[in-house]
Design a binder for this molecule. Structure first.
Ligand SMILES: *Cc1c(COP(=O)(O)O)cnc(C)c1O
Length: 393
C-alpha cells in the first residue's frame, strides 16, 4: 500500500508518509481500520490460484500491511512482521533462527523475560543457552561452538545500559554462518541502524516509543534479505497477529515518533546531568555519558539517545530509604514498561538473575523513564525524594 518504497526524503518526512495512500482512502489523510477473517474470491479460478491481495485474515490485512511496510522502510529492512507484544516478537525471532539441538548466545544484560523464554521454552526443545558478558566484543568468537546458530544482542542492556560492539560481533558471527538478532527497542531504527550494523533480524517492542502513549502492546521483527523469507514463514505458521485497533494506534504513534524521541533525548540528557551533580548519586548509567560502559561505542555507532536510563545511589543509602523516597513521589510513578508520555521510576537489582557476570554497581539502583512533564516539576519531585532518602539511614 502506498508509499512503502524507500524515498530520498529524510526520515522525519518519511514517517509522515509511510503506510498510507490517500488515493485508496477516499481522499482521507489516514487509512481506515480493516477488520476481518474471511476474504471472498470472485471465481473458482481465483480461489484455486489464490489470486487475491489478501486471502485470509491470518495472512494480514491492509491495516497490518501498512504498518509492516512502513516499519521496513524505517528500519532499512527487506520485510517486517508484527506480533501482539514485544515479548512475542522476541519468541518469533528466536523460533526463526533456532531448531532442536542448537546452541544460542545471550548477553547477560538481556531483558529478563527473554531469559525466561530461553529457560522455559527453548530448553524444552533441546536448545542450550550460554550467557556472555555484554562487553565481550569480538571475543564472542571464543564462545562459538559447532552447533551455535544464533547470537542475540541487546544494546544498551536492559536496566544496566552496557553498549555492545555490534559491528565487531555481527562480523564474527557472519564468518561462522551464525545468525544475529538484536533487541533494538531502546534506540529504535531512528537512533541505531541495526541492519546496517550487520544484524540479520532486529526487533522492537512497539509498546514503548512507537505506541508512545502507554495504551497498547506491539512487537515488530524486521529482517535483511537473507532472513526475510524464513522470518515470514515462521510468522505464517503461527499466525500470532496484533489486533487491527492496535496497528492503527501504532501507525498513529509512528507519525510523531521522531519528534517524541528527540524530546526524550533532550530531557534524558538534562536530567542525567542534573542527577550526576546530586550528592546522593554515585553514578548515572546513560549511554551518552562517559561513565556508562561502552560509551565510546555509543558515540561511534548511535545517532542519539532515548529517555530511559539508570542511576546508582551512594552506598550509604538503604533499601528502606529508597522505599521512603519512591513511596511518596508526586509525579514519577512506579511501573514497568516505558516510552509513554508519563515519567516513571523503578528500583531494580540485576544481581537477582545474572549468571555470567557479577553486578556490583556500588549502591542501590533506580531506572528512570522521562515523560513530558515540566522539567522543574520533575526535578523538584526527585529532590523531595532525595530528602526522604536521606531521612532514613
Ligand atoms: C518492554 C521490552 C520488551 C517487551 O515488550 P512488551 O511489549 O512489553 O512484551 C522487549 N525488550 C525490551 C528491551 C523491552 O524494554
Amino acid at each position: 500500500m502506498g508509499h512503502h518504497s524507500p524515498s530520498d526524503f529524510n526520515i522525519s518526512t518519511q514517517i509522515t508518509q509511510l503506510g498510507r495512500d490517500t488515493s485508496r482512502q477516499a481522499g482521507f489523510v489516514n487509512a481506515p481500520i480493516y477488520r476481518g477473517s474471511t476474504v471472498v474470491f470472485p471465481t473458482v479460478d481465483d480461489l484455486e490460484h489464490n489470486r487475491a491481495e489478501f486471502n485470509y485474515g491470518t495472512m494480514g490485512t491492509p491495516t497490518i500491511a501498512s504498518l509492516e511496510n512502513a516499519w521496513s522502510v524505517l528500519a532499512g529492512a527487506a520485510g517486517t512482521v508484527l506480533s501482539p507484544s514485544g515479548l512475542g516478537a522476541i519468541s518469533l525471532a528466536l523460533l526463526t533462527t533456532l531448531k532442536a539441538g542448537d546452541h544460542l548466545l545471550m548477553p547477560d544484560s538481556v531483558y529478563r523475560p527473554t531469559r525466561n523464554f530461553c529457560a522455559g521454552m527453548l530448553a524444552k526443545m533441546g536448545i542450550e543457552t550460554t550467557y556472555y558478558d555484554p562487553l565481550i566484543g569480538a571475543e564472542i568468537a571464543s564462545l562459538f561452538r559447532a552447533n551455535t546458530t544464533t547470537l542475540f544482542l541487546e544494546s544498551p542492556g536492559s536496566q544496566s545500559f552496557e553498549i555492545q560492539d555490534v559491528p565487531a560481533m555481527t562480523q564474527a558471527a557472519k564468518k561462522q554462518g551464525i545468525a544475529t538478532i538484536i533487541d533494538n527497542t531502546w534506540a529504535t531504527p531512528i537512533f541505531f541502524r541495526a541492519h546496517e550494523h550487520g544484524c540479520d533480524l532486529s526487533l522492537e517492542a512497539g509498546t514503548k516509543y512507537l505506541g508512545g502513549h502507554s495504551d497498547l502492546l506491539m512487537g515488530l521483527v524486521s529482517a535483511n534479505d537473507a532472513w526475510w523469507p524464513r522470518l515470514r514463514k515462521t510468522y505464517d505458521l503461527m499466525a500470532m497477529l496484533p489486533g487491527a485497533e492496535d496497528c492503527f494506534l501504532a501507525l498513529r504513534g509512528l507519525r510523531t515518533m521522531h519528534l517524541r524521541l528527540k524530546e526524550a533525548e533532550q530531557r534524558g540528557l538534562e536530567m542525567a546531568h542534573w542527577l550526576q551533580a546530586r550528592p546522593e548519586v554515585l553514578r548515572v548509567l546513560h549511554p551518552a555519558l562517559p561513565e556508562c560502559p561502552g560509551h565510546e561505542i555509543w558515540k561511534r555507532d548511535f545517532t542519539g539517545s532515548s529517555g530511559l536510563f539508570s542511576l546508582v545511589l551512594k552506598p550509604e543509602f538503604t533499601k528502606a530509604g529508597g522505599a521512603n523516597m519512591l513511596d511518596h513521589m508526586r509525579i514519577f510513578a512506579m511501573g514497568y514498561s516505558w516510552g509513554g508520555f508519563e515519567s516513571l521510576i523503578i528500583p531494580f537489582n540485576c544481581a537477582d538473575y545474572r549468571t555470567a557476570t557479577s553486578w556490583q554497581p556500588g549502591g542501590l539502583t533506580l531506572r528512570i523513564q522521562m515523560g513530558l512533564e515540566d522539567m522543574d516539576d520533575l526535578k523538584n519531585d526527585l529532590a523531595a525524594g532525595f530528602d526522604r532518602l536521606r531521612a532514613v539511614r
